[in-house]
Design a protein around this ligand. Structure first.
Ligand SMILES: N[C@@H](CCC(=O)N[C@@H](CS)C(=O)NCC(=O)O)C(=O)O
Length: 201
């Protein structure tokens, strides 16, 4: 039951799966797909993932793509330790929060990423500050969703694992930590303390 992960470094979407694998204590072998060389668009790779994106997970000839779907597969196939609550509402709530963080809050994140990837001298500092602020405002929903809980659904779950790579990037791009988001800041520190997350930092 060898698990192969097609990934690159850095790749926040690959990190999402690496964190889940580590939380499950699963061994895996990596095949590096160098995004800089556009290896994800080769005809050979497109046979694995028609989207031409990483990560891709292969196990016993079975192939999956889309990081959140891969993580759900891992949680179902390797249920110990469980990374989703049993309660149907909480399971759905976790997916809602992930959708919010990755899709609804995508636009300012993506624009900020675009600026921050430019050499410092070429960045539009006004756009950078504006996008950081827009992102922080959207993240207030996650701040409220955390409430006084240590993790989004109470215990560590696939929701935390799905959201953390994006928040680590938000930190790298200067949107976090933010005084308006104390719970999210503490959650991020808590996540960074986990060996599974430390391994991808
Ligand atoms: N929704 C996908 C997103 C995958 C994705 O965008 N991966 C990036 C790397 S982090 C990628 O392969 N980018 C290269 C490209 O789009 O050509 C997932 O969660 O797996």
């Amino acid at each position: 039951m060898a698990i192969t992960l097609y990934h690159d470094v850095p790749s926040s979407n690959s990190d999402r799966v690496k964190i889940a694998l580590a939380e499950k204590g699963l061994k895996w072998e990596g095949i590096r797909v160098r995004l800089a060389n556009r290896e994800q668009k080769t005809p050979e790779f497109l046979k694995l993932n028609p989207y031409g994106k990483i990560p891709v997970l292969a196990e016993e000839g079975k192939v999956l793509f889309e990081s959140c779907i891969i993580n759900e597969y891992l949680d179902e196939k390797y249920p110990d330790p469980p990374l989703m609550p049993k309660d149907p509402y909480l399971r759905a709530r976790g997916r809602v929060l992930v959708d919010y963080a990755l899709n609804y809050a995508h636009e300012p994140y993506w624009d900020l990423r675009g600026e921050m990837r430019k050499p410092e001298a070429e960045r539009d500092t006004r756009t950078v500050e504006e996008k950081r602020q827009q992102l922080r405002i959207l993240l207030e929903y996650l701040e409220t969703a955390l409430g006084d809980k240590a993790f989004f659904l109470g215990d560590l779950s696939l929701a935390d694992i799905a959201i953390v790579p994006r928040m680590l990037r938000a930190e790298t791009y200067g949107a976090l930590p933010a005084p308006s988001l104390p719970r999210l800041n503490s959650w991020l520190e808590r996540m960074k303390g986990r060996p599974s997350v430390k391994a991808i930092l």
